[in-house]
Design a binder for this molecule. Structure first.
Ligand SMILES: Nc1ncnc2c1ncn2[C@@H]1O[C@H](COP(=O)(O)OP(=O)(O)OP(=O)(O)O)[C@@H](O)[C@H]1O
Ligand SMILES: [Mg+2]
Length: 366
């Protein structure tokens, strides 16, 4: 149990803590210190009901054995040079869905896919506020997916000459099919896939049509997967969400409290940090900060500490004060996005596309 708690105390996301402790029967743990630690963790993860269960005193003569939890669900920080899933704070659900759709078909589940006659195709569209890890997740995926990973940039395709963009799209798909299994990543996909009625220009219309045709399942797209990222999902032509194209949409939320702590700890690693730095306090004050905001906050705090430090031998390590001062300058950048997104989730959700966004808004942005 102690080891489990140590792992969960470093978990990048509330859902890991809730899932992990949810699998253990509290009454089986008689040690009150361990129960209290579990309850504290659950309160931080915002599950006060489960926390209360852990907080209550165990029945007399309760057994002490623990039901094992799945450790693979508890990521540990990876030191390797490139980004992996474990470096990304939070987003457990997004990672799970992306794994199911993009990693499993080409990896350990390949035999099962074959056996179930499940074709690997279609795609995932990630959407969410800026700076919350969409591009980072795609970069991690590029190393973990066991397939060719092609980064498709709008600038490489859009062309001022009529007909050229369509030719480039056809050529790109031809190359992609030749290097199957392949993942085509469209970052900031709105640049290529914007709603046709909003843009009267013929050029965009034909580009969108060409892309739709190539992504269509009627073309031989077995083993071709699509991954898209955007922070304006409402400006994407709905034809892109038909089966075989981006047939799953995933909301990439801003980091919750536990994820913010994970990200901040990662950013502070190997930097001079004072014992007086109250990281819980900083995490609490950073509600609504994206990963990118946290990174800017740490940079600003570091700048202040450098200014105060006369030399390397007499440096002033990072403390709560530096963060308080930095917070005067760096503010949350996701609030505006969530405000805009709220109206789409309320008034433009007949297809259910924004269900996970709506659930998030209900829980957090009251
Ligand atoms: N969940 C996260 N875990 C760790 N770091 C994060 C996370 N989210 C964001 N970051 C940090 O913020 C930076 C910006 O994130 P990223 O570029 O992936 O955001 P994005 O969602 O693609 O934003 P945009 O919509 O503006 O393109 C990352 O390089 C990383 O340093
Ligand atoms: Mg991005």
């Amino acid at each position: 149990m102690r080891a489990v708690l140590v792992l969960l105390e470093q978990a990048p996301d509330s859902s890991v803590i809730i899932d992990g402790l949810g699998q253990i029967e509290p009454d089986l743990i008689s040690n009150s210190e361990l129960r209290a630690r579990a309850a504290i963790l659950l309160r931080k993860a915002d599950d006060s009901d489960l926390a209360d269960e852990w907080h209550m005193q165990p029945e007399a003569n309760a057994a002490t054995n623990v039901i094992a939890i799945d450790r693979s669900a508890v990521p540990v920080t990876n030191q390797s040079a490139h980004i992996t899933f474990d470096d990304i704070g939070g987003l457990e659900n997004v990672k799970k869905q992306v794994r199911r759709k993009i990693i499993n078909p080409f990896q350990n589940k390949k035999a099962l896919f074959d056996r179930f006659k499940r074709k690997a195709g279609g795609g995932v569209l990630m959407y969410g506020p800026p700076g919350c890890g969409k591009t980072m997740l795609a970069r991690a995926l590029a190393h973990e997916c066991n397939a060719t990973f092609l980064n498709v940039r709008a600038a490489d395709i859009l062309d001022q000459y009529v007909g050229n963009a369509e030719k480039k799209i056809a050529q790109m798909f031809q190359e992609a099919r030749a290097s199957r299994p392949v993942v085509l990543f469209f970052d900031e996909v709105e640049a290529l896939a914007q709603k046709r009625q909003f843009e009267s220009s013929e050029r965009v219309n034909t580009t969108v049509s060409a892309l739709l045709t190539e992504m269509d399942g009627f073309n031989d797209n077995d083993g071709v997967l699509f991954l898209g990222a955007t922070n304006v999902p409402w400006s994407i032509d709905s034809a892109f969400r038909r089966p075989g194209r981006f047939d799953r949409t995933l909301f990439v939320p801003p980091p919750d409290r536990v994820a913010r702590k994970f990200i901040l700890s990662g950013l502070l690693k190997d930097r001079p940090v004072s014992e007086k730095l109250d990281i819980e306090h900083v995490v609490e004050k950073c509600t609504g900060f994206s990963g990118a905001d946290l990174s800017a906050l740490v940079d600003t705090a570091v700048d202040i500490a450098i200014e105060e430090s006369p030399s390397v031998d007499a440096l002033v390590p990072l403390s709560t004060n530096h963060f308080q001062e930095a917070m005067q300058e760096v503010k949350s950048s996701v609030g505006e996005w969530l405000g805009q997104a709220r109206s789409f989730s309320e008034y433009a959700n007949s297809s259910g596309m924004y269900d996970d966004l709506a659930a998030f808004l209900k829980k957090y942005a009251r």
